[in-house]
Design a protein around this ligand. Structure first.
Ligand code: HEM
Length: 498
């Protein structure tokens, strides 16, 4: 599993999106196999993911899961409201570190579990394309040889092609409005589903094998577009028969859909599989407050039923203030929060959030922190120290100040403190903006801060402010103070203790 060395914005964000409930649309909307457009959100998300991947060329190492689909919606093979609606579902999820391609991949695994299918391992780190890929999504009117060639190019052999199509077409169906030449007869609700069951299961296989299928790509009156029939029968049904066991079907689909979402350009390296972290440092904030530095931090621990006592320790940045074993403070609040559906399928039902609100000496400041978890059972306290590296605070010169900041209807009046009395520091933020269905879906803008007249200098800090758009999904603040460049990523604006 991926090792989390704090700070790691990519893993940090992906962990939140995977395992924090209702945090990301990509882990929420498709649950309960929720219906939409007479199909399901899950079916729409899975089709979107396949079409995004289908630009891959295994020989040249180009294309794959790269969100190039956002540039390709006008192509006939990508027709359907579900495609654009799925992208809209995901618009708020990317940030500076997590691209849309990672979100589409996350949508695919949540689509499958949302409809009762198997858990698929998730890796992150996909890189978004800046232009359309080749038009290589297979189409129903093409012949078998073209389909074999397409899947070969995407990295799947003929057997795997049969399996992947059966897995994908476990969900959803063909809409008459989009494919009138395929769905030639009127069908209820304008869609001919691939199988008689809604969920992710191998009913598609059984109904194909026992001749009861109504899959229009198998038995439709338009023989030219019977692509599923040509594909499924291309090895005399040997592969389809092998999928008659639902355990085999689930194992095969988890493997192949996993490979599908991990199909990326050869220049991209994905992370290891991201599992729920045993310990995650979360929502750290450092800012000047009434003659000291307020330091807020939360340690997220997988709930085990025991009630450990957690202590946070820290060391000063300069001089000596803390005792040799470090300054320390106990939790001010422990909250038990639910985990996401995916986390619960991995055996993690909830997390305990141990929150700290420390008052750090202003002059000696803080350089790093760590935790001791005491299970109160006579065993030695367990040290949580970022895998031996400690949790390092690299600077205290440029700080986001959540208490001086305020929310407005338009967004946020962000206030940052700069440890420089001159009042002439040039402070900017790079805001990552979401919410556009125009490509590129994620954009960024640079914002300039000005001296904040409502917050006079205090505690050695000068305060600067700027309105930040409500569409900013995260901000990185930049300032150069006395020749040194500082930057601070602000992924969240609130934390326990603010
Ligand atoms: C030769 C290969 C394939 C062809 C020709 C094909 C063709 C089609 C067509 C024509 C539709 C109807 C779309 C609509 O009406 O909105 C469809 C739906 C769908 N396809 Fe495929 N497909 C292929 C492979 C795959 C693969 C490999 C997957 C995923 C692993 C997949 C997943 C889906 C899903 C989930 C739907 C249902 C969408 C919905 O209900 O909104 N397809 N496919």
């Amino acid at each position: 599993a991926a090792v989390f060395n704090w700070p790691d914005p990519l893993l940090d964000t992906l962990d939140d999106q995977l395992y924090r409930p209702f945090f990301s649309p990509a882990s929420t909307f498709a649950l309960n196999c929720n219906p939409r457009d007479n199909s399901t959100i899950a079916a729409q998300w899975l089709r979107l993911a396949y079409h995004d991947m289908a630009t891959h060329n295994a020989t040249t190492g180009t294309g794959g899961m790269d969100a190039s689909i956002a540039f390709e919606f006008t192509r006939p093979q990508d027709v359907g409201v579900g495609m654009i609606e799925s992208l809209v579902d995901f618009l708020v999820a990317p940030n500076e570190y997590v691209g849309m391609a990672d979100v589409i991949a996350m949508g695919a695994i949540n689509a499958v579990i949302g409809c009762g299918g198997p858990v698929i391992p998730y890796r992150g780190g996909r890189v978004d394309a800046t232009e359309a890929g080749p038009a290589t999504v297979p189409e129903p009117q093409q012949d078998l040889a073209s389909h074999i060639a397409s899947f070969q190019a995407q990295g799947f052999n003929q057997t795997e092609m049969i399996m992947l199509v059966a897995c994908g077409h476990s969900l959803g169906g063909v809409r008459q409005v989009d494919f009138p030449l395929i769905v030639t007869d009127d069908v209820p609700a304008g869609i001919q589903t691939f199988a008689s069951t809604l969920g992710f299961d191998n009913t598609i296989v059984h109904e194909y094998l026992n001749g009861t299928t109504e899959n229009v790509l198998v038995v439709g009156s338009n023989v030219t577009t019977r692509s599923d029939l040509r594909i499924f029968s291309s090895d005399n049904n040997v592969t389809m028969q092998s999928l008659a066991s639902s355990d085999t079907f689930n194992t095969v689909c988890a493997d192949l859909i996993g490979r599908m979402i991990d199909t990326v350009p050869s220049t991209v390296t994905l992370t290891d599989v991201i599992e729920p972290l045993d310990y995650k440092v979360w929502n750290t904030l450092l800012f000047p407050q009434g003659g000291s530095l307020a330091f807020l931090a939360t340690l997220r621990i997988i709930h085990t039923g025991t009630n450990p006592t957690v202590t946070m320790f820290w060391k000063e940045r300069t001089g000596s203030f803390c005792p040799p074993q470090g300054c320390s403070i106990g939790t001010f609040q422990v909250t038990n929060v639910d985990s996401s559906f995916l986390a619960s399928l991995k055996g993690v039902d909830s997390f305990d959030l141990h929150s700290f609100n420390a008052s750090v000496d202003l002059t000696t400041s803080i350089s790093y922190f760590w935790f001791e978890v005491n299970h109160n059972d006579g065993s030695a306290p367990f040290v949580v120290d970022n895998n031996g590296k400690n949790y390092t605070i690299d600077q205290d010169v440029l700080l986001f100040d959540p208490r001086r900041s305020s929310f407005t209807i338009a967004g946020l009046e962000m206030v940052v403190g700069v440890k420089d009395p001159s009042g002439t520091t040039n402070v900017t933020a790079l805001s990552t903006l979401t919410g556009s269905t125009e490509v590129p879906v994620t954009s960024s803008t640079t914002i300039t801060f000005t001296l904040d007249p409502s917050w006079p200098p205090a505690d050695g800090y000068t305060f600067y402010t700027s309105p930040i758009s409500g569409k900013a999904s995260s901000n990185t603040i930049h300032a150069t103070v006395n020749g040194t460049a500082y930057s601070l990523w602000v992924p969240f604006l609130d934390a326990p203790g603010v």
